[in-house]
Ligand binder design. Structure first.
Ligand code: ZN
Length: 339
């Protein structure tokens, strides 16, 4: 089967955004908008939002199952306070569960976390646990910068984050390191902030002993690992200068890269540089780049085509399209094994 590890509900029914707009308006007027203020979304609205988008593309591209999470750019943890974030997060996660309930063969849930600038990450543990234990989700998206481009939190390797990692380890779920929208005009969200964050997270991991403290913790660095694969020699060299162990001996037991790189030469480089055991198929559709590449006549985010164009062994294909995802998401593996 082909598992796409990176999909967001970018086409959610308008009622979800309406709730968010009410929340944001309430922040200005002092009106407290409870979770119950949401307009009820019907199953048909959910079906309509997917049939002509993610599901159509799954079928057209021959992929089977998408690891599905709320729209990343809309997480916007910097908006409002902890309560704002918690209610918005619950609304988004509950809707993902509805999607999975309607299309359990096509989607499996990964949650947004109710992070908020200046708030201890452990405060997200309860929502993570709810999503995993009650909603059946298999992972989370962790925002290393809830401030939206101003980087006010300690690095991901700081003990600030450890209590949340303890919950991740206890639940045996990985996190995709995923920033949200940027409120720093220097950084375009998907063109700069995302890629910067991917690169930044890797360098933080490289220079720390996080995985000595949490040997089972796993992170997926999306968007092909940001600038990391392209500059692999730099990172190997920095690790060497810092007297760190070889990257393959420690980071690569815990850190994985998706294939959301939107051209063939990028995928070729990713596969040449990063061990196959550390690459998980992902497309991030329908997401950041929605157009058709005039050079190929195909969608930029149809990342399966790039992999199909390479002469991969059957074993490597299996790892990238299925095996690695099942290894990194043990709860997904268990669900698939249980049929
Ligand atoms: Zn994403």
């Amino acid at each position: 089967m082909i598992i796409d590890c990176h999909g967001h509900y970018t086409t959610a029914p308008g009622a979800l955004q309406k709730f968010r707009d009410q929340q944001i308006a309430g922040l200005k007027t002092g009106l407290d908008v409870p979770l119950s203020a949401q307009t009820k979304i019907g199953d048909d609205e959910i079906r309509d939002s997917l049939e002509n988008a993610q599901l159509k593309l799954q079928r057209a591209r021959g992929t089977d199952l998408t690891i599905f999470s709320p729209r990343a750019s809309a997480m916007a943890h910097h908006i409002g306070n902890e309560t704002t974030s918690r209610r918005w997060t619950q609304a988004c996660n509950d809707l993902i569960q509805r999607v999975v309930g309607l299309y359990s063969d096509n989607f499996i849930g990964v949650c947004q976390l109710p992070q908020s600038p200046g708030i201890a990450p452990v405060n997200s543990a309860a929502e993570l646990e709810r999503c995993v234990k009650e909603l059946g989700f298999v992972g989370c998206n962790l925002n290393p910068d809830p401030s939206g481009g101003h980087w006010t939190s300690p690095p991901l390797t700081d003990r600030h984050w450890y209590p949340l990692y303890e919950k991740m380890a206890e639940l045996d779920v990985p996190a995709m390191v995923h920033v949200s929208s940027s409120c720093n005009a220097n950084f375009h969200a998907t063109g700069a902030h995302y890629i910067n964050a991917d690169t930044t997270a890797f360098m933080q991991f490289l220079s720390s002993d996080l995985f000595a403290d949490f040997p089972t913790l796993k992170f997926i660095i999306p968007h092909g690992g940001g600038a990391v694969p392209y500059h692999w020699g730099r990172y190997r060299g920095l690790a060497q200068d810092m007297k760190r162990p070889l990257l393959k001996d420690y980071l690569l037991k815990n850190v994985f890269f998706d294939t959301c790189v939107y051209h063939l030469p990028g995928i070729e480089l990713l596969l040449k540089v990063i061990p196959t055991d550390n690459i998980i198929f992902g497309s991030e559709m329908v997401g950041a780049v929605r157009g058709i590449d005039p050079e190929t006549g195909q969608y930029y985010d149809d990342t399966r085509r790039y992999l199909d164009a390479l002469k991969l062994s059957d074993a490597d294909r299996h790892k990238i399209f299925e095996g690695n995802a099942r290894r990194v998401f043990p709860r997904l593996d268990a669900k698939l094994a249980a049929g």
